[in-house]
Design a protein around this ligand. Structure first.
Ligand code: CP3
Length: 346
């Protein structure tokens, strides 16, 4: 597995591996070409197409890991809330902020049937990927899915979402959601995924107390159940807007990798938490919009900081502090990957 063991060697040194969230997507001409003939949902739900989209950035830029092309909101469709991507952004038809929609919450399709498209896409990917590239499956975290279920997005004040933590509605939702999320991860693992990433884009919207009290317990149940199915799979947990003390509070032995937001000092995070986890991140995605020479200078300085901090590179995975954004120049993606692979050596 390229991210963890069997890392690449350059001039007799080990090389830090690199992958990006959203490495397949709208900035990429390969994706835009497929979008001319297919909707986003078709690309996700047709295993052959999902495999082709996933492989685009591997073939073109040489990332060390492939991340299944899919979306984290599909469990909301399975739970009868109505999901569409017709406008380009996800739309939830029956938002839970209308309380009567809680009545709708039930698995309308069995997980075995519902997540077959993800399992089959993983099977195809496993055949295409070279041995030294890791296949990453992914799911949403219970809290981030709750914010989407309540409000249709994770931006804004999240007033209804935060109030519902205290009414029992969040617990009710999670009790129904959790088995679906575990099944979704299991289907991807059965298809051959090596690693499951849990994306928690909304996590840092919570105050520290609510993060510990409400978010962490369901997260821990989720990671425990995934590991109970397959103990040797690796679990990546990415959270956005979370400070170092949030990351320190996670204390979950079932999490192997912490994905770190760009606002954190990466040296400090690796030094503080590198004993317990691999640390992944945390280049600001907007650096990839800078003129190429400024980007490369920033990467050089970023590397200098890592070296000066004497971090343990064997516990470090390079990546972005969030996902690749639309209109990122492809050359900058290419050059960032290659700069890391050739210079982040130890
Ligand atoms: O390459 C990869 O990383 C895999 C692809 C991937 C997508 N979504 C494809 C996608 C991944 C890992 C996701 C995760 C995801 N989806 C998250 C968590 C990570 C994050 O971005 O914070 C969230 C919150 C979603 C929900 C979602 N899906 C949103 C907010 C949107 C709107 C578009 C956007 O980019 O913000 C989507 C649609 C979506 N998911 C697109 C892609 C490529 C764009 C669809 C299009 O072509 O129009």
């Amino acid at each position: 597995m390229g991210l963890f063991n069997n890392r690449n060697k350059v001039n007799n040194h080990e090389a830090v591996p690199v992958w990006f969230m959203r490495q397949a997507g709208r900035y990429h001409q390969h994706y835009q070409n497929l979008k001319k003939d297919h909707t986003f949902s078709e690309l996700c739900k047709t295993p052959k197409l999902a495999c082709e989209v996933t492989m685009g950035p591997i073939n073109e830029f040489g990332f060390d890991a492939a991340i299944l092309f899919s979306d984290l909101l599909f469990p909301l469709e399975q739970l009868n809330l109505g999901l569409s991507y017709e406008t380009g952004r996800p739309e939830i038809e029956y938002k839970l902020q209308d309380k009567e929609n809680f009545e709708r919450l039930k698995q309308v399709t069995s997980s075995e049937q519902f997540y077959t498209f993800q399992k089959e896409a993983c099977e195809l990917l496993k055949k295409e990927l070279p041995e030294n590239k890791t296949l990453i499956g992914f799911i949403g975290s219970p809290f981030t899915l709750f914010t989407y279920g309540m409000e249709g997005s994770h931006t804004g004040q999240l007033r209804e979402t935060k109030k519902a933590l205290y009414t029992g509605e969040y617990q009710k939702f999670c009790d129904i959601l959790l088995p679906c999320l575990v099944d979704e991860a299991i289907m991807q693992l059965k298809g051959g995924a090596d690693t499951i990433a849990i994306f928690d884009t909304a996590a840092g919207e919570l105050c520290f107390k609510d993060f510990k009290k409400f978010l962490l317990p369901f997260l821990k149940t989720l990671t425990k159940e995934i590991k109970a199915f397959q103990n040797d799979c690796k679990i990546i947990y990415y959270s956005k807007y979370t400070h170092l003390y949030y990351l320190e509070a996670i204390e979950d032995d079932n999490i192997d990798v912490l994905g770190v937001d760009w606002r954190n000092d990466i040296v400090n995070v690796v030094k503080t938490l590198g004993k317990n986890y691999y640390i992944q991140g945390n280049i600001d995605p907007i650096w990839l919009h800078l003129p190429n020479e400024i980007l490369l200078k920033n990467l050089e300085e970023y590397l200098t900081e890592l070296k000066r901090g004497e971090i343990d590179f064997s516990k470090y995975i390079a990546g972005l502090g969030h996902g690749v954004t639309i209109q990122t120049p492809e050359k900058n993606v290419h050059d960032t990957v290659h700069y890391i692979q050739n210079n982040f050596l130890y």
